[in-house]
Design a protein around this ligand. Structure first.
Ligand SMILES: Nc1nc2c(ncn2[C@@H]2O[C@H](COP(=O)(O)OP(=O)(O)O)[C@@H](O)[C@H]2O)c(=O)[nH]1
Ligand SMILES: [Mg+2]
Ligand SMILES: [Zn+2]
Length: 299
């Protein structure tokens, strides 16, 4: 295979599934591409350079430096890259499936530790009674108080206006439990996005709308939004237990104030974090999440 030199073009990776890489070139055209063997595994959001072969095949030849890398751990504690060049993570939750603040805190800690902005989206407000909405607002006010913007949306009724401004000129990714409405929000944001229908399963013979791999959608020339598959557990096994507390942004002013330098903030005397929970400066719910994640890292 010969490649004509000096014809590098730029593109963004839309998705990578198996051997198939989809890219979006500078003209906004989608193309299938293969990657040179020497490149690391490419992920959604990667900025790459590519060339056309004499057979008109697109070959990815270079990977630009990544920023904003969102990762999770596999059950074997290896780091798995979910997406690259992410500016904002939208953690989507709802009352159906049930709001899981433990999972929300895992996502927020991962963002905090990788220096990526995070927003919380509470979706499906159309199916909530006013009194219930109040309860959730009360619960999520804990996050607002520590600086996480919280958006209330109904993707089904196209009530997603509040997301448009933060997504402007950014690359964002929607994460969260399966079924909270991530793909529906994407369809409301990008009306011409094609819904992803999974292969018809042999057993049930039914096609299902599912997202099996992260995929990037174009909002405008400078704004991209990534849909991600729901994962039951968002593993943080790749992070150092000693770093975990810094993944909770409201803990930071108290760190370094404990009696013991190597305080794990679990049951040590003179722990500044435990004291801050007692005085109400740190929410018990967030502190319990910290303890839960810490215990899972020490398993
Ligand atoms: N009532 C209501 N249903 C919604 C809303 N958003 C999504 N859904 C429904 O929730 C289900 C899961 O949505 P989907 O977008 O596939 O969730 P994902 O797994 O997070 O991508 C689908 O049946 C959607 O129609 C919403 O705002 N209101
Ligand atoms: Mg989906
Ligand atoms: Zn402590």
């Amino acid at each position: 295979m010969t490649i004509t030199p000096d014809t590098d073009q730029h593109a963004t990776v839309i998705s990578h599934f198996g051997n198939e890489i989809l890219i979006c070139d500078e003209q906004g055209q989608r193309r299938r591409a293969t990657a040179r063997q020497n490149l690391p595994a490419l992920v959604c959001g990667d900025k790459i350079t590519w060339q056309l072969t004499e057979f008109d095949d697109a070959v990815i030849v270079g990977l630009q430096e990544r920023h904003g890398t969102l990762t999770r751990s596999t059950p074997f504690k290896a780091t798995k890259l979910i997406a690259a060049n992410v500016d904002i993570v939208l953690v989507v939750c709802s009352h159906k499936p049930k709001l899981n603040t433990g999972l929300l805190d895992r996502y927020l800690a991962a963002c905090e530790l990788s220096g990526i902005d995070a927003h919380i989206v509470f979706n499906k407000t159309d199916t909530l009674k006013e009194t219930k909405t109040k309860e959730f607002k009360q619960q999520l006010s804990v996050y607002q108080a520590i600086g996480y913007p919280v958006h209330y949306t109904s993707a089904k009724q196209n009530e997603i206006e509040t997301l448009k401004e933060p997504l402007q000129s950014k690359t964002s990714i929607l994460v969260g439990q399966s079924g909270v409405g991530k793909s529906t929000i994407i369809r409301a944001l990008v009306p011409d996005a094609k819904p992803k229908v999974a292969e018809v399963s042999d057993k049930t013979n039914k096609g299902r709308h599912t997202t099996t791999t992260s995929e990037l959608y174009t909002l405008d020339e400078h704004s991209y939004v990534i849909d991600s598959p729901g994962i039951r557990e968002f593993g943080l096994g790749n992070i150092d237990p000693e770093q975990l507390a810094t993944g909770f942004r409201e803990f930071k002013p108290h760190l370094g104030q404990c009696q013991f330098r190597d305080c794990t903030h679990t049951n040590e005397p003179g722990c500044a974090l435990i004291k801050a929970v007692q005085t109400g400066e740190i929410s018990q719910m967030r502190f319990d999440s910290y303890l839960g994640i810490l215990a899972s890292l020490q398993e």
